[in-house]
Design a protein around this ligand. Sequence first.
Ligand SMILES: Cc1cc2nc3c(=O)[nH]c(=O)nc-3n(C[C@H](O)[C@H](O)[C@H](O)COP(=O)(O)O)c2cc1C
Length: 359
Amino acid sequence: MRDDLAPLFTEFSCGPLTLSNRFVMSPMTRQFSPDGEPGDDVAAYYTRRAMAKVGLIITEGVGVDHRSSIGHGSMSEENIPMLHGDAALAGWRRVVDSVHRAGGKIIPQLWHMGGLRREGTPPHPGAKSMRPNDMSEVEIADIISAFVRSAVNSKATGFDGIALHGGHGYLIDSFLWAETNMRGDAYGGDILRRTRFATELVKAIRAEVGPDFPILFRISQWKLQDYDAKLAETSEELGVIVEALASAGVDIFDVSTRVFSLPAFSGSDMGLAGWVRKLSGKPTMTVGGIGFDKELAASFAQPTHAIDNLSEVVRRFGGEEFDLVALGRALLMDPAWVVKAQAGKPFEPFDITAYSRLD
Ligand SMILES: Cc1cc2nc3c(=O)[nH]c(=O)nc-3n(C[C@H](O)[C@H](O)[C@H](O)COP(=O)(O)O)c2cc1C
């Protein structure tokens, strides 16, 4: 038993959601849901993590109820699950019930790929890909309604909350980022106006799901189009975005970085999750590079090794930079990673073939 990790094995509560520890499974696209319907293999995959002390599971990105939400993106993303239609919802109910029986908590990540969806790709090749610059107000309203429907379906299915994918250059983020939002109306312009799509979306969801259903929001500086992108050049700019989102109804920020321990702005050692926590007054989750010596993109191309960098996680947790600690690749490759960490056992070696398996 590693005593130094004890702070990470304490309860966390947010409204009605109580987690038994601070470890979270980060959302990871898996492509194992033909026709958008998760099956028993998906239920078993998440349940294995719930049984091995993962405090909260955030599912893979799930397409919202709009024809433009998903397609092929940077890779050929196929068999992505959806959150509408009787069969998909029945599949999710089996996933949720199974995770709950194992003592876990689970929330879906609601996803709209925006302009990163390649035009003409399935499941709806005829649908237009959505980019802020050429979206009408009717299209904006339609997409907000699609998110609301999927959020309501999530609640009805028994999920413990929802997570909005507001990062990585996808639709919500493309409104936030100056490079992809050149609108001249109320949804574009200065940073507060560029936040309007996201805040309208959060408010619309909150109005339907009620006050006691946790809403997480993933935010990132980096984009799939540009790893060095900056959503906010300064902490003041970041403050404008996260304060507006917190007032709109976000309960927890999922702060996606490539390396959790890198300082976010010059003049301070604090990571991005720490800044978001300080500026928004909301709990945050850190992620990026925990358990490995290379960040995600580099690990596709360069030899990567499992490491134990939890002492830095504990140090920053003690400094109140974040409340939750998310693991992506570590939990993809080893469902029992959290249990091993707690017991002080060595981690499994990095294994890139895990990306294409569901075990
Ligand atoms: C196979 C794979 C699929 C991913 N899919 C998603 C996704 O659907 N949504 C998302 O927000 N992030 C996605 N990510 C990013 C992870 O959630 C996480 O932020 C990233 O892997 C960094 O964490 P890590 O260093 O612990 O792996 C994915 C990562 C991997 C490895």
